[in-house]
Design a protein around this ligand. Structure first.
Ligand code: XIL
Length: 328
């Protein structure tokens, strides 16, 4: 074990190295987490629906456990996420009589949620995904249709950042999205961030989720996205990295272990990605994997339910894969 370097040590002069966790993996993967990571994100437990399942009924137990774990192990914390179209309870958009709330009510609820959550942990989270996935994947459209957009209008995004900045003025505030290196979507994300900056909205960074695979996206598109976003003077974080061994539309579900070929290609890709990240060390301030190691990943149920995936640099026992050795 002694000669296996700690990932966060290897990258200490570049950026912090994070993992997404949940109450289960905080225990089951404790060893991997403590050894390799110095930043944590809640995979689910700090989403709106889990923190405030009913109006005014805040359930902080799991988030508090995460913070206690980070405190005990001297780790940093990224907040995920305040305003999103998913994992947000229906009550947020609904009046007691079942009708849809008006703009003022929804803004008030947004503000209460943001100020309560960020207020509780003020000063403890270095960055927050304030708005998640608000840009459309459809090239004919700018923003993704959602209740937030429907009821409040386009400025729901600016409002969320303003409330967040009031709640914790020292936290770095992020807009976070996926397909972030797709050339068309990249331009829409750029347009959003630019328009927020022009209105003096307190946005400090763009999160690139980095749900990639061993074939896509190509390195040039990723580099172009980094360049484009960085040209706005914002910091960047790689917020949810995983490198699936399956192409997006591959429906296979029969593999019980990754093939040698997959692992080799994955190692080559990780090598390229981290070379690129190191090159942009001045703008990239964190790289977070969307899990601790291959034992647990949301990709075991997405996009193909029950299909194993091996997207990380540590295997199911938390031991280094070829990918790990390439990036260390
Ligand atoms: C995912 C979690 O990993 C899953 O456990 C959950 O069922 C759905 O959400 N983009 C995001 C993350 O911003 O919050 C998502 O996390 C993955 C895609």
């Amino acid at each position: 074990q002694k000669n296996i370097p700690a990932l966060h040590e290897v990258y200490k002069d570049y950026f912090s190295i994070g993992a997404a966790v949940n109450t289960y993996t905080l225990t089951s993967e404790e060893k991997s987490l403590i050894k390799h990571f110095n930043s944590l994100t809640a995979e689910n437990e700090m989403k709106f629906g889990l923190l405030q399942p009913q109006e005014g009924n805040f359930t902080f137990d799991n988030a508090d456990k995460l913070v206690a774990f980070a405190d005990a192990n001297e780790m940093k914390l990224r907040g995920h996420t305040l305003v999103w179209h998913n994992q947000t309870s229906d009550w947020v958009f609904t009046n007691k009589d079942g009708s849809q709330v008006d703009r003022e009510t929804l803004l008030k609820r947004m503000e209460t949620h943001i100020s309560t959550v960020m207020g509780r942990y003020k000063g403890r989270f270095y960055s927050w995904d304030v708005v998640n996935e608000a840009i459309s994947d459809d090239n004919a459209e700018y923003l993704r249709p959602s209740k937030w957009l429907d009821i409040i209008g386009e400025d729901f995004i600016a409002k969320a950042f303003e409330f967040a900045h009031q709640a914790d003025p020292n936290a770095a505030l992020f807009y976070n999205d996926y397909n972030e290196s797709n050339p068309e979507k990249r331009e829409r994300i750029y347009r959003l961030a630019k328009s927020l900056l022009e209105k003096d909205v307190p946005i400090h960074g763009i999160g690139l989720q980095a749900h990639w695979n061993i074939f896509e996206p190509n390195l040039d598109d990723i580099r172009a996205a980094i360049e484009r976003y960085a040209s706005l003077g914002l910091q960047l974080q790689i917020t949810e990295m995983d490198v699936s061994v399956f192409k997006w539309d591959d429906q296979r579900a029969d593999l019980t272990a990754p093939t040698e070929e997959m692992l080799e290609l994955q190692a080559t890709r990780y090598d390229q990605f981290f070379q690129l990240f190191r090159e942009y060390r001045d703008v990239i301030t964190n790289v977070t994997f969307w899990g601790a190691n291959d034992r647990y990943t949301w990709l075991s149920n997405f996009p193909v339910v029950g299909r194993k995936n091996w997207p990380f640099v540590l295997d199911e026992k938390g031991e280094p894969k070829n990918s790990f050795w390439k990036i260390t």
